[in-house]
Design a protein around this ligand. Structure first.
Ligand SMILES: [Zn+2]
Length: 408
């Protein structure tokens, strides 16, 4: 019915937003006493071309810190740009921009923006349709410091001396183990201790721990699984920050504010499910390709038989069965997402059973050719809410797979 997900889904959203915004925009034009001339007209910006201008991987490949050049029409009033990323709004990142003219503007690519379309918005409520996908490479990883080492941050004399370490520079939402921050105080015990998780995107503190009764000279650890409460944290760079004060109020910090290297890591919301050499095959491997009596509902990922396969996103196993066409397959209801993840043609039944909890990156089987498959491959499907053969609809998983493949 539809051959690509993004235009259909995003287009529908954009229409809803435009309809909802038409009234408030008109109302504000009237109440602002003529600033808008009383006109109901809201200019709709349009993106026609996006290229990478500065600090690029190449002209057509940006990364965090790059500057994009955007060419289009009706850009004059644009004050906001959203990197839409892959499916869902969980990875959307919005930045403020200022157009240089009606036909071009420049925008910074923040750490945390991932491959996907971009969309523009004006102060008056005009919104562009999503652009074609902009390829954004993952940022260069932060400097690793997995072992405890003395911190670079400021310390007044009389404060505890700090050592910290962070287990990994790349982490995934809902993975086990998560990312572990370890620390040790020496010199004097701390009367007040605080560990903050800071988003490098805007410096905001997204989570705080306040360990109590921490004795000096002992290693303490805190682990994080990429969640804030029940919700998944936004993908992007984060850093742990330790602050320790002595009973007399002398304070030491693990890093300067704005340091995006020390105890830092990049959080991603999915991992690429095939853990070995692979490709996306020919046109027949794509979503929507013709099949006898139906169309292909997923994307095939070609890989040698036996290649390890992991859960792209953790969740609950909804189905684990054998089917004459699908072979050994497993369906995982993604935790904290509205998506079901479907993996087919496994070489053996997955070791997981229906109802089991699976974590992101956990091995769920191996690539095979069980069922009706020509050559070993993973047949992968993504289904929107309410889910797989539950009233949901499959959508093209290729843009998501390509994004996940770019960082994992
Ligand atoms: Zn297939």
């Amino acid at each position: 019915m539809r051959d690509t997900r993004l235009p259909a889904k995003r287009g529908a959203c954009a229409l809803v937003l435009c309809a909802a915004l038409a009234a408030p925009a008109g109302a504000s034009a009237q109440s602002s006493g003529g600033a808008g001339g009383g006109s109901m007209y809201v200019a709709t910006p349009k993106v026609s071309k996006v290229t990478c201008l500065r600090k690029c991987a190449s002209k057509h490949r940006a990364r965090g810190g790059s500057v994009l050049k955007i060419v289009g029409t009706e850009l004059a009033g644009v004050n906001q740009l959203t990197y839409l990323g892959s499916h869902g709004s969980g990875d959307d990142v919005t930045v403020k921009v200022r157009a240089g003219s009606g036909t071009r503007l420049q925008a910074r690519v923040p750490l945390g923006a991932v491959t996907g379309p971009i969309a523009l918005a004006t102060a008056a409520g005009g919104r562009s349709a999503p652009s074609k996908a902009v390829l954004i490479l993952p940022p260069l990883p932060p400097e690793p410091n997995p072992d405890l080492s003395p911190v670079p941050g400021p310390r007044v004399s009389g404060a505890p001396q700090l050592e910290t370490g962070t287990s990994r520079t790349k982490a995934f939402v809902d993975a086990r183990p998560g990312v572990t921050f370890s620390f040790r105080l020496s010199g004097t015990s701390a009367a007040a201790l605080k560990v903050e998780l800071v988003s490098a995107l805007d410096g905001s503190v997204v989570k705080t721990w306040t360990p109590v009764d921490v004795p000096p000279d002992q290693v303490q650890s805190i682990s994080w699984n990429g969640r804030i409460g029940r919700a998944a944290a936004k993908p992007g760079r984060y850093a742990f920050r330790l602050t320790a004060a002595s009973a007399d109020g002398y304070e030491a910090r693990s890093a300067q504010a704005g340091d995006v290297q020390r105890d830092a890591f990049d959080l991603y919301d999915h991992i690429f499910p095939v853990r070995g050499r692979h490709d996306f095959g020919s046109a027949g491997a794509q979503f929507g390709a013709g099949r006898a009596g139906h169309s292909h509902q997923g994307q095939d990922v070609m890989a040698p038989c036996g290649t390890r396969m992991v859960a792209a996103r953790g969740g609950r196993v909804k189905f684990k069965q054998y089917h004459a066409a699908a072979g050994h397959y497993i369906v995982i209801d993604g935790d904290g997402t509205d998506v079901d993840y479907v993996y087919m043609h496994l070489d053996q039944p997955s070791p997981f059973s229906e109802g089991d909890r699976v974590y992101t990156g956990q091995t769920i089987g191996a690539v095979g050719d069980s069922g009706n498959a020509r050559g070993c491959h993973l047949h992968f499907e993504l289904w929107g809410a309410p889910g797989w053969y539950d009233g949901g609809q499959p959508f093209d998983p290729l843009p998501s797979l390509q994004a996940w493949d770019s960082w994992s």
